[in-house]
Structures are given as C-alpha cells and as structure tokens.
Design a protein around this ligand. Structure first.
Ligand code: GGG
Length: 357
C-alpha cells in the first residue's frame, strides 16, 4: 500500500535541502520495496504569502489532513514577511490543528564530526529533547493596549493545561523507559516563573510515580543550558515546555558540531492526523541560494518519517548511510559546516548512493 506524503519545502534553504531529502527517501524506497507517493505543495512559503496575502489557502487543512505524513523544509524570510506571521501562518498551524503535541528532536554526535566541546567522541552525546508542541509559551492569548502611545502595554500568556502537560510527559517517560539508561531530565524555571513552572514540576512528580524504573532529575533552564555544554553526557531524555524545548533542541545539536544535521518529528501519537517531519534548522537566508546547506537534517527527518510509518529497517538504512558518509570524511562531498568543500547536492547524492548499496 502506498504511503502518501505531502511535501512543503517552504523558504530559503528549505527548498535546497528538500530535494536531497526526497532523493534519500526514494533510494530507501527502492531498496526496501516501499511505495512512497509524494505530492508537492507550493503554499507555506513567504513567496506564497507575497502573492496571496496569506501563508496558506483557506482550505489547507482539508488538502492535507488525509496524507500519511507531511515532509517539511523550513519557514521564514524576515525581509519578505515578519517571522511571527510566517511561522504562525504555517508551521504552528500544522502543529496545532494536527495536534502534533510531541516535538521529538534527537541530539547525537555523529562519526567524523568534531564537537566544539573538547574531547567529546561519538557515543558521548546521544540524547533526545522532547518538546511540548501545542501550548505553553507559544500561546495566542494576549494583546496590546494603548498601542503607539507612551502607555503601550503588551501581554502574552503562557498556557499549560493538565491534558497538554501530561500527554507530552507521558510520551517522554515512555521513551526514557524504553532506553537503556532510563533517565529523564525536566527543564523548569520554577524559581522565577512562579505559577506555570511549579505546575509543570508537580505534573512531572506525579507522572514519575508510574515509572519507578526511570531516574528523574530537573534543572532550571539557565543551568540546564550550561550543563548541555559542560556535561552533555549526563542526558538521555530531556523534556521541556514549548519554548524551553525549542531552545534546548538548537543548543543540543550545536554541541554536536552543527545544527545542520539535526532532525525532528512533530508527532500526533494517536495517529488521528498526519505527523510532520522537518529539520531543526530554519530557512537560513544568509546561505540560501548558494547550494551549501547541509541536507542531513532533512534526510534524517525523512528517516524518522519512515520509522513513524512502520519501516524501521529503511529508517536505519538511511541513518547508517549518513553515518558512513560522515565517517568517510570526503572533503569534496561534505558541506562547509562539517569542514568540507562540497555542496548540498554532493552530500545528498553520496548518502543516497550509500542507501542503495
Ligand atoms: N524547519 C524548522 C523551521 O523552519 N523553523 C523555523 C522556526 O522559527 N521555528 C520555530 C519553532 O520551531 O517553533
């Protein structure tokens, strides 16, 4: 049976890494006899906004809801459209309307990549960030008063619902329980944010009772970011609110040498709606159009998508191919962020060739 995949490349380097993501998926499909059916959508980009006055057509939900998965690139081009308009008009709509309440972001030091943290080797950094993805600090509740005057006031609320917090915590605890180290770290800031964050801590403590095998600790977000840099080996599964998870899942991959390789899955665990798979990196207008973006984040996101669709063997073949190409360290193939002189396409083609073999 075919898996139907909606492809939205979005903006900037999203349009450059996406073809390599598809190339890798097609190579895996050929090797494992999978039927992947890609449908490309032009909406969800700033150029679409400039033409239509909105990021997506009114019926985007109807157009996308029956796909098996969404394969997404990157959004944003601040010189064309303010970032909050592009993000809220696309990615955040998908996460909310498709109830993708788990944002799963692996953080792994790969062979052949030098960590900026002295002396770290592959195996030393290997953890997941689980980010709450539908509420928290990314709420649309708030407003402006006395706009344009000296008395101007702006307010944006943080929203934490028991359902919203518990369901992402449950996912994180389940994941921690399934891993050899069985360790969960919670990101908090309950000394300063005195209502929502103590509530988050309470729900973590309550959930922990059902997982006696999982060792739980918590850190305030400020020292947690320091510990990502100082002691990345401490972490196994790290769970955080929408904003904290967003910050940690950029910092974590940066500790592994480049954010260009980091993948993510925006998951609706119940399968009521399609889940969405995208690199952690954004559209990077500063390098867009040069053909030098690292496509691994997109390719690895494709592997996460195949795993989600029930093809763990094909997913593993993609990850193995990524690791093999990185370990070979051919400077003509690798992109600049990992020390090479190659292009998005040279790295994508090398990985696809390894998947086939
Ligand atoms: N591929 C990820 C992407 O385009 N990110 C842009 C961004 O600003 N994301 C913020 C977020 O993930 O909440």
């Amino acid at each position: 049976m075919a898996h139907t995949i909606a492809v939205i490349a979005g903006d900037g380097i999203g349009t450059e890494v996406m073809p390599e993501g598809i190339r890798a998926l097609e190579a895996a499909a050929k090797r494992f006899a999978l039927d992947l059916e890609f449908t490309i959508f032009e909406f969800g980009s700033c150029d679409y906004y400039l033409e239509h006055g909105q990021m997506m057509p009114d019926d985007w939900f109807e157009q996308l809801k029956d796909f098996d998965a969404l394969f997404y690139g990157a959004v944003g081009w601040p010189e064309k459209v303010p970032d909050h308009i592009s993000l809220w008009g696309s990615l955040i709509q998908f996460r909310r309307r498709f109830d993708q309440y788990v944002n799963l972001r692996p953080c792994k030091l790969m062979p052949g990549i030098e960590s900026p943290l002295a002396g770290r080797k592959p195996g030393d950094i290997d953890f997941y960030v689980v980010r709450e993805n539908t509420e928290g600090e990314y709420s649309s509740i708030g407003g402006k008063m006395f706009e344009g005057t000296e008395r101007e006031v702006v307010i944006q609320e943080t929203v934490m619902s028991r359902t919203g917090v518990d369901r992402v915590l449950k996912y994180a605890f389940d994941l921690a329980q399934s891993r050899p180290r069985q360790k969960l770290t919670s990101a908090t800031k309950s000394n300063g944010i005195s209502i929502t964050m103590p509530y988050w801590d309470e729900r973590v403590a309550e959930m922990a009772k059902a997982y006696p095998d999982v060792a739980v600790d918590k850190f305030h977000i400020d020292i947690l970011t320091a510990n990502f840099v100082l002691h990345p080996d401490w972490f196994d599964v790290v769970v955080g609110s929408n904003l904290f998870g967003d910050i940690l899942s950029d910092l974590g991959p940066a500790c592994t040498g480049t954010i260009g390789v980091a993948p993510s899955a925006n998951i609706n665990p119940e399968g009521n709606f399609p889940s969405l798979f995208e690199p952690v990196h954004g559209s990077a207008p500063d390098i867009a159009g040069k053909g030098i973006a690292n496509p691994i984040g997109q390719i690895w996101s494709g592997a996460m998508m195949l795993e989600h669709l029930g093809h763990a063997d094909a997913a593993q073949a993609i990850v193995d191919a990524i690791e093999a190409v990185l370990a070979e360290g051919d400077m003509k193939v690798l992109t600049r962020d990992v020390g090479g002189q190659g292009t998005t396409e040279s790295l994508g083609r090398a990985i696809a060739a390894k998947i086939k073999s």
